[in-house]
Design a protein around this ligand. Structure first.
Ligand SMILES: [Zn+2]
Length: 310
């Protein structure tokens, strides 16, 4: 699918967006030697000091952010390095702290008092999300490099995110993929399914959907990952959503705890009667009416209330 399709759909249906930067191409880069001396830094436990003066709000909404590519310049599905740093700064100042989707689902967000959660999700496992330099160091301009350096200045804003990876992308390098998974696990990040081929699940038979999801779960399991959640390619669920709760494929069992969409509002907490765990909305890491900063502006004007840790 070309890039114009999601853009057109975004224009036609601004609330229920179907996104992702077109069908990702296979761009597996040549291998990069990694230094055996680099070991994953340990996440720092959050401090006990109250982060904001906001009152506790266990019914408030949760920002689940959606990013694709980190790039030099801003584009519809690309977040510029500068803008991504600005996103982190503003979220931090407003008392948002990172949690994974699993922690949100489990109601175990490990937040400091007065903080509100933000779930960073990255789709497509694009190389700009996690890149190692030739000497094995983390590229300071990739998404995790930017989060790492931000976390050094602000230890209560750890590199915690959920990555929806594709077998044909693997952050651009098959040889360093397992090394990167080690880092992500050490930081407390989460890996989820984004299917095998990044196709529109709605156009598939049940058997095809099972092969897309089951195949990707098998592939993740072969890398030591047991995924709990998935991101629908283009934000489009399968016709038979019941499959997500569990199915048998080639004699094996598969199930997902939740799935994320593309558009376009902060999500409900799991205790909310209207919480729908297979249709979790995400706010896009972009500027403009549908983007993160518009939602932060609305928050400052009191137009929505975030979850606040007691
Ligand atoms: Zn995608």
């Amino acid at each position: 699918m070309s890039r114009s399709t999601p853009r057109l759909l975004a224009f036609l249906a601004p609330i229920v967006l179907v996104g992702c930067a077109g069908t990702p191409s296979v761009t597996v880069a040549p291998s990069i030697a990694t230094s055996p001396t680099v070991s994953p830094p340990k996440p720092t436990p959050p401090p006990k000091k109250r982060v904001t003066s906001r009152k506790a709000n266990l019914k408030g909404r949760v920002l689940i952010l959606e990013y694709h590519k980190i790039a030099a310049k801003e584009a519809r599905w690309d977040r510029s390095i500068k803008s991504f740093r600005r996103d982190l700064e503003r979220l931090y100042k407003l008392g948002f702290r990172p949690v994974t989707l699993a922690e949100y689902l489990d109601g175990d967000m490990k937040l400091p008092p007065g903080a509100s959660p933000v779930v960073f999700t990255f789709d497509d496992s694009h190389p700009s999300q996690f890149h190692l330099l030739e000497d094995g160091r983390i590229d300071p301009n990739c998404a995790v490099g930017i989060m790492q350096s931000f976390g050094l200045k602000h230890p209560d804003f750890p590199t915690k995110a959920t990555f929806y990876v594709l077998p044909n992308m693997v952050f651009g390098n098959r040889k360093t993929f397992d090394k990167k998974l080690e880092y992500l696990k050490a930081w407390g990040c989460e890996i989820g399914s984004h299917t095998m081929s990044h196709s529109n699940l709605k156009k598939m038979t049940d058997e095809q959907v099972k092969a897309e999801i089951g195949g990707s779960i098998d592939w993740l399991r072969s890398h030591g990952i047991e995924p709990r959640t998935m991101a629908f390619p283009y934000g489009v669920p399968p016709k038979n959503e019941g499959l997500l709760k569990g199915f048998t494929w080639q004699g094996k069992e598969y199930k997902l705890d939740a799935a994320v969409m593309v558009g376009a509002v902060p999500a409900r907490v799991t205790s909310d009667a209207k919480h729908h765990r297979y249709r979790l909305p995400r706010v896009q890491g972009i500027d403009g009416a549908l983007g993160l900063h518009n939602w932060l502006d609305k928050y400052k004007k009191g137009r929505w209330e975030p979850y606040v840790e007691p």
